[in-house]
Design a protein around this ligand. Structure first.
Ligand code: FE2
Ligand code: FE2
Length: 188
């Protein structure tokens, strides 16, 4: 279902529910049906909001790699992905969706270059393996961008799922492996 139709359907349903509550209040203010309908009017937006919030990534201290500059970049990446999720869920403009997706991809590449420069500068022993993981991720993102051109809706869902899962797994796994080494060399 198109997301503008989706939002419209929900708004219409809530409007009908509010009308039903008003009619029920007039017919019998003390009826359990009146209170049930009123409860639904309050609960539906709350449940929907909670469902939408579950799609977001929240930064947690355990994601820290101990290097401030890299933590800041990881936080910015998470914020960009959350912004993209919000645009996908609430905005009907394909242009803003494309712009935000491009910003996520661009900043991911910028971050990889920064990390790789730091690893190279300090002679990190697993540099090549780490760089290969970055390249693999960029290849996958390029595949998703090509799929997006053919079928924006389904490809965007795949792209968001992939970006969220990959980012957290990479930060908590591969990125954390360089922490001790880079910190011992004075990275900050
Ligand atoms: Fe990273
Ligand atoms: Fe990395």
């Amino acid at each position: 279902m198109n997301k503008s139709i989706d939002m419209c359907t929900l708004s219409l349903f809530l409007l009908m529910l509010i009308i039903a509550v008003l009619v029920a209040v007039l017919a019998g203010p003390d009826s359990p049906l009146t209170w049930s309908l009123a409860g639904m009017v309050v609960l539906i937006p709350i449940v929907r909001r909670k469902y939408m919030d579950r799609k977001r990534i929240d930064w947690m201290d355990e994601y820290s790699v101990g290097i401030e500059s890299i933590d800041e970049q990881h936080k910015k990446l998470i914020n960009l992905i959350n912004t993209l999720q919000t645009i996908v869920d609430y905005t009907t403009s394909e242009e803003s969706e494309r712009e935000c997706l491009a910003a996520v991809v661009d900043y991911t590449k910028t971050h990889f270059v920064y990390e790789e420069e730091l690893m190279r500068k300090y002679g990190y022993p697993d540099f090549e393996a780490h760089k290969a993981q970055h390249q693999k991720m960029i290849d996958k993102v390029n595949d998703l961008l090509a799929a997006y051109e053919k079928n924006p809706k389904s490809a965007m869902k795949d792209a968001l799922d992939f970006l969220k899962q990959w980012l957290i797994r990479h930060i908590n796994g591969t990125d954390k492996q360089y922490s001790e080494f880079l910190l011992s060399k004075g990275a900050h």
